[in-house]
Design a protein around this ligand. Sequence first.
Ligand SMILES: Cc1cc2nc3c(=O)[nH]c(=O)nc-3n(C[C@H](O)[C@H](O)[C@H](O)COP(=O)(O)OP(=O)(O)OC[C@H]3O[C@@H](n4cnc5c(N)ncnc54)[C@H](O)[C@@H]3O)c2cc1C
Length: 492
Amino acid sequence: MAKNSVIIMGGGMAGLTAAALLSKRGHKVTLLEKEEKTGGYVTGFTRDGFYFDATGAFLAACKPGSEFHGIFTELGIDTNLDFLPIPAIRNIYPSFELQLDYRNPAAYVESLAERFPVHKDALAAYSTLTAKLGRQFLAFEKAPLWKKALIPLLYPTLFRCARHSHGTILDRFFKGHPDIIHALSALPTTLPPSQLSYIFVAVLWAKVLKDGVFYPRGGMLKVTDMLRQAILDNGGTIHTGQEIRAIRNSMNKVNAVVSQDGTVYEADWFIGAMNPFHGQAMLQGEAQLYGKVFNLKRYTVSPSALLFYVALPAHALPADWPYFVSLHTSDDPELEAQAIATGIYKNGLHLVITTPSLLDPDLAPQDHHALKVLVHAPQASIFAKEFPSRESIDKLQLDIFAVIKEKTGLDLAANNLFTVQATPQVLIDRTGNEEGAMYGFDSALGQVGPGRPPLATKLDNLLWIGHYNRPAHGIVGSALSGCFAANIIHHK
Ligand SMILES: Cc1cc2nc3c(=O)[nH]c(=O)nc-3n(C[C@H](O)[C@H](O)[C@H](O)COP(=O)(O)OP(=O)(O)OC[C@H]3O[C@@H](n4cnc5c(N)ncnc54)[C@H](O)[C@@H]3O)c2cc1C
């Protein structure tokens, strides 16, 4: 196999994974990251002995044999990572509460059937259809072209359901029962059922729900650090503080990229692992990353997040407080999504409160906890109009802490030792994500599977990876895109 020199632009989960695998396979890799630290969204920070994850709260596909775990196995770092299973997730809605069990699809459906016994049969039918669609979609993705052409015959469920939103399917099974519809919408996405692609849900069932969800001992930063170390141990180079400003290209090929201090980096292959709108703007002349079919302008990016990192004495947590609490203040997921998209929070809030020190006590001083409140937020420009000043964000923090106290008894305002805030603008400043998008492109209809921009661009030696691209958003989706890019280059 010919060994290539490869420049990777962006050191988030996608870029780190591609760089680590290519270095391990003997290629000459240089990773360029604009920040002083690698990791992108998957990072963390320590203050006064409390460790906080900057963004994410859970990982999937962490069991031996799964695709994500396979990356660590190939790199020989799997034994250094300990994935702690996340027990049931507490979901709080205005009129009811439920513990969702994410260990596998059967446990998930059972936990729902316990709360909604009258829907037991409909739940069974819904889960059978969802599991079948997931299996058919994954098989279709790997099928040769002749099989794909026979989609109505060989993949009938996929053929029937490909263009449906999750809302259409939920209505088919549960119309007129908003509680169970809301409960079944508790997925790692910011889209309401009417906009969410049903294929996305099915793939989640086939991949994420298959083996449960996990938290890495040592925090999310541990995963990033292990990948970073694997790059260095295998002879790769990492330059931090190097922001790419231009991509030099001619005759459908990239020749070099140029950083803010004028350094020119040349290579055989280039991988963009950051916001593709920025990549498009850096190309010279008429060059297009994707041309007409995957024209970036047709895609919508996901909403953003507002984060509060809170240090607490252990006695402040109510008894039986779990690692993961998901709190909704509206009865209707469609209204909730509208409220989030516009920042009109009086119409609906969705909060995710996680306390990693409950799973890994080393993340906080003894008898203390490090807790994170993730508030789903509008895109950065809308958020800035709604909450233009420090005072308005402090007021929002007080309002949100009051909601948490009212719904759960946890009094963050009275007990916090300190609270650090991160707004959607902070997410942009740290990573360059479009409008502070949590998940790159949304998983809306037409933006999942074959509708999502591919890794191959219009330039012969330029691949694009990360959560705007295939296969999907999230930490695992981005890592897998890095893995696919490494495979493409390695097998050329
Ligand atoms: C609040 C929040 C919570 C989340 N929770 C979860 C979760 O629980 N589970 C989950 O699976 N996913 C979660 N996600 C989503 C997940 O974190 C992302 O989908 C994933 O990490 C994206 O990785 P990436 O490598 O594609 O992009 P990024 O992490 O954005 O990395 C891009 C990198 O490129 C660098 N860069 C940008 N421009 C340049 C340039 N010009 N030159 C050089 N470098 C550049 C950036 O600094 C950054 O390091 C969450 C996201 C957020 C915001």
